[in-house]
Design a protein around this ligand. Structure first.
Ligand code: IPE
Ligand code: IPE
Ligand code: MG
Length: 257
């Protein structure tokens, strides 16, 4: 077990998590799937708290995908109720912990009461600067990419941007994640090893980590184990190890990461 004074030399600046395995956690215990989602909320709380106390500035949680709308109606409505309850309860914590809430995805597809709470929380926490907590809700990366393309196509028609000007920076600024750095670390729980339509553009150089733990069992220690692994990864961004070492020496005269 990793103890309280947990310290790592290299933490991710932006941690993204695919919180998977709620249903299987419940089914293993002969419980309805919704109980897994309920228990999963506790993991959300402890991971948010731990990331904040470690000083990770950006945390993005995949909570409901575009494809999840296709689940049985009762499961979708239970998830929406759970989300509404979580958000209402969490506002005071976000305010006291100085966490800013941000949302990505087609939120207009969510029930109106949830859109209203999300807008209220985002507005009331917008000045908070300790951590940006982004919830991906009704989110699908292909949909996000298409919406960005449509926005830029319209701007080109309107004459406010020319196709020649469209580079990676401009394109990224039309995505839902505009203003947020790309994730440098992705955790997916439950043993599945896929991306499931999450942050396809943004994850170009993220370090990927898959663990067998179901999301409701993912606790602070499991997070610390994942972060320890991140800390040891060598990120090269297409360069050679020698080049990176040289760059580090030129910049800081210090050790490479
Ligand atoms: C993740 O757990 C939560 C959502 C996708 C909303 P799942 O509900 O996908 O759980 P499994 O993968 O079926 O076990
Ligand atoms: C991905 O999990 C979406 C969320 C965690 C919100 P899914 O359980 O929906 O993904 P697949 O179906 O296993 O790819
Ligand atoms: Mg799943």
């Amino acid at each position: 077990m990793i103890t309280k004074g947990f310290f790592l030399p290299h933490l991710p600046k932006h941690l993204a998590i695919i919180m998977d395995g709620n249903g299987r956690w419940a089914q293993k215990r002969h419980l309805p799937r919704v109980m897994g989602h309920q228990k999963g909320v506790e993991s959300v709380r402890s991971v948010v708290e731990e990331c904040r106390s470690l000083g990770i500035p950006y945390l993005t949680l995949y909570a409901f995908s575009s494809e999840n709308w296709g689940r049985p109606a009762e499961e979708v409505s239970s998830l929406m109720e759970l989300l509404a309850r979580y958000l209402s309860k969490e506002l005071s914590t976000l305010l006291t912990q100085k966490i800013r809430l941000n949302v990505i995805g087609e939120i207009e597809r969510l029930p109106k009461n949830i859109c209203d709470i999300l807008t209220e929380i985002a507005t009331r926490t917008q000045e908070n600067s300790t951590m940006v907590l982004t919830l991906a809700l009704s989110y699908g990366s292909r949909n996000e990419l298409l919406r960005a393309c449509r926005t830029l196509a319209q701007e080109a028609i309107d004459g406010t941007c020319s196709p020649k000007e469209i580079d990676e920076k401009l394109f990224a600024s039309r995505l839902d994640t505009a203003g947020i750095p790309d994730p440098d670390f992705l955790i997916r729980t439950s043993g599945e090893m896929r991306i499931s339509n999450f942050l396809l553009w943004q994850m170009a150089y993220a370090e990927l980590y898959f663990c067998p733990t179901y999301w409701p069992d993912f606790n602070k220690e499991a997070l610390q184990t994942a972060l320890s692994e991140f800390s040891q990864r060598k990120r090269r961004f297409g360069l050679t190890a020698e080049q990176l070492k040289q760059n580090e020496t030129d910049q800081h005269g210090g050790s490479a990461h």
